[in-house]
Design a protein around this ligand. Structure first.
Ligand SMILES: Nc1ncnc2c1ncn2[C@@H]1O[C@H](COP(=O)(O)OP(=O)(O)OP(=O)(O)O)[C@@H](O)[C@H]1O
Length: 269
């Protein structure tokens, strides 16, 4: 069964009349992780934001976007707002853009949770503290009293993951969740995301440039180039026998990096 079925998605910029996503169709199987890879500007984020209906007002979109059998494209905005967060949750590329800069994190999080659940303040705080401790954010009380700019990129990423743990959405979209982080934090955030998926059993769309990361987290992959999907299928089939020249290029660059790394390790030993 598919949790997401996108058919003939087209996204265009009404200011320039430029088509950004030409005609995309893809699925996410229930409980699985679909990775979207492709060079910068190929349309990965615009595709995901289209699914959340969060592209900027100058962008328009058409096509069918079934989520649990319901066409999100047809929902009134108020209904869509109820689905965001509670059912579909996006972990943004930049943690700073996910939180309201004008208030401390605790206020933003309380408002978000109260939109979806009837928990009282004590219950809500208990759940949030528990989730923050799970993602290794110590002293939750202090952190919730801080403004977003007072926390590092890694901490904000963890805050988004903690919020997702409490919201328990059926689908998480993680847009390059590790690019803004150093290598150690990248590894930790990745582990947290894998655990999050195991804990709440959600489906996932994972955007990444890094084929090594994709191999670790995803079941299926789709490759984008210039606003079109050039190839899609299971991780094994696409990465082992890439059919499209662009995918072969991505796989070979990854292989060169890995060979280079192995050579350095051997020199050092
Ligand atoms: N608000 C917008 N208005 C007009 N064009 C936009 C807007 N947002 C994105 N685009 C354009 O859409 C195209 C696809 O952008 P998108 O951010 O989806 O790429 P991406 O594959 O996610 O790249 P990256 O890996 O760098 O995040 C780009 O050419 C970008 O300039």
């Amino acid at each position: 069964m598919n949790i997401v079925e996108v058919k003939h998605l087209k996204v265009w910029d009404t200011q320039t009349d430029r088509t950004i996503i030409h005609d995309s169709s893809f699925e996410v199987r229930q409980g699985s992780c679909l990775a979207i890879v492709g060079e910068s500007g190929s349309g990965k984020s615009v595709t995901c934001r289209a699914l959340m209906r969060l592209n900027k007002p100058n962008m328009r979109q058409s096509g069918t976007m079934l989520f649990q059998g319901e066409d999100l494209q047809l929902l009134p905005e108020q209904e869509m707002r109820r689905r965001r967060g509670r059912h579909l949750c996006m972990i943004m590329q930049q943690g700073m853009s996910a939180f309201d800069p004008s208030c401390v994190l605790g206020v933003h999080i309380r408002e978000t949770l109260q939109t979806h659940y009837n928990w009282n303040t004590r219950e809500l705080e208990r759940k949030m503290h528990q989730a923050m401790e799970r993602v290794m954010l110590k002293n939750p009380k202090d952190i919730l009293n801080q403004y977003p700019h007072q926390l590092s990129g890694g901490m904000l990423q963890r805050m988004m993951i903690a919020l997702a743990l409490v919201l328990e959405p059926e689908l998480i979209i993680a847009d390059e969740p590790t690019t803004a982080l150093d290598t150690i934090s990248q590894y930790e955030v990745l582990e947290q995301l894998i655990q999050l998926r195991e804990r709440i059993g959600c489906s996932m769309i994972f955007i990444s440039h890094d084929l090594g990361v994709v191999r670790k987290v995803a079941d299926d992959v789709m490759v984008m180039k210039d606003g079109s999907i050039v190839e899609q299928g299971s991780i094994q089939s696409v990465l082992q026998e890439p059919a499209h020249a662009y995918t072969r290029y991505l796989v070979s660059t990854r292989q060169e990096l890995s060979d280079h790394f192995k050579a350095i390790m051997q020199e050092g030993s």
